[in-house]
Design a protein. Structure first.
Length: 279
């Protein structure tokens, strides 16, 4: 492991001293390591980065999502160092990164492959990849939209709602969870469809096989709906159908063997509900 990338979120107050310490930790383990620094994911999607052995991400979950989309085609593992608010996707906190980097170079880690989504607009494939979710929602008007869902070209249901979320297991703890969807174990090969504020109590989230093709048809609209990718990319949809399915690309996350997913879930998701109760 000699070619190292570091992607920095410049909004997270990461000082030069912090970066110098990470450089030092890397060179203590491999004096010949070549380090390439990226800022705000710029240049990460260049084809030359296929030679990187790992990309360390200094930022929050949003920075990791952007890094995952940029690197998906190149099969480069991602190592998250949390400098954000939640840091659910990050593997370590900044104060623990020295030990983590040591374990990284010793090979004391595993790689978790997380499924990603792709979005086709009216049979024309667009360059839309998502690690968490793809969301189709109404525009700026307060009026709702009527959606019809087809799974593998078979009609599933039609409903009126504010929107529809298609999430991966990784994204099940994000927007979908807030909309009433279940938490899915991250290595499952499934997709989750969650309606947003449906106008019927019978319309509930559904879990589908990971190889399913999901067609969302917009039957009634007052303006063009909006497609949102991982909560970061936005596009107005002028066609009447959106097709979402599993991408051939995956996100590769570096995980250490002593990490407990359920402990992370309790600490960063479940227990955080106390903040809403004023505790």
């Amino acid at each position: 492991m000699k070619n190292i990338g570091i992607n920095i979120n410049t909004d997270k107050n990461i000082s030069r001293d912090i970066l110098d310490k990470i450089f030092q930790y890397i060179h203590e383990e491999c004096s010949e390591a070549k380090i390439k620094v990226f800022y705000d994911s710029k240049g990460l999607d260049n084809e030359e980065n296929i030679e990187l052995d790992v990309v360390m991400v200094l930022g929050g979950d949003g920075t990791i999502l952007g890094t995952a989309r940029a690197l998906a085609k190149y099969d480069v593992p991602i190592f998250g160092i949390n400098r954000g608010h939640l840091g659910f996707l990050a593997e370590v906190e900044l104060e623990d990164c020295k030990k983590a980097i040591k374990n990284l170079f010793k090979g004391q880690y595993k790689i978790e492959d997380r499924i990603m989504l792709k979005c086709d607009l009216n049979e024309k494939e667009e360059d839309f990849l998502a690690l968490n979710d793809i969301v189709l929602t109404k525009g700026n008007l307060s009026r709702i939209v009527k959606y019809s869902i087809y799974v593998d070209d078979v009609w599933y249901t039609t409903f009126v709602a504010d929107g529809v979320i298609v999430a991966t297991p990784t994204g099940s703890t994000a927007y979908s969870l807030s909309a009433g969807g279940p938490i899915l174990y991250p290595d499952l090969d499934v997709l989750e469809v969650t309606p947003i504020c449906p106008h019927s109590l019978g319309i509930r989230p559904i879990i589908l096989n990971g190889n399913s093709k999901i067609n969302i048809k917009v039957l009634k609209k007052y303006e063009d709906p909006v497609l949102t990718i991982d909560g970061q990319r936005y596009k107005k949809v002028t066609v009447d159908q959106v097709t979402i399915s599993k991408s051939k690309y995956q996100c590769r996350l570096i995980k250490f063997k002593d990490k407990d997913y359920f402990k992370i879930l309790r600490t960063k998701i479940s227990y955080r509900s106390r903040e809403c109760e004023g505790e």
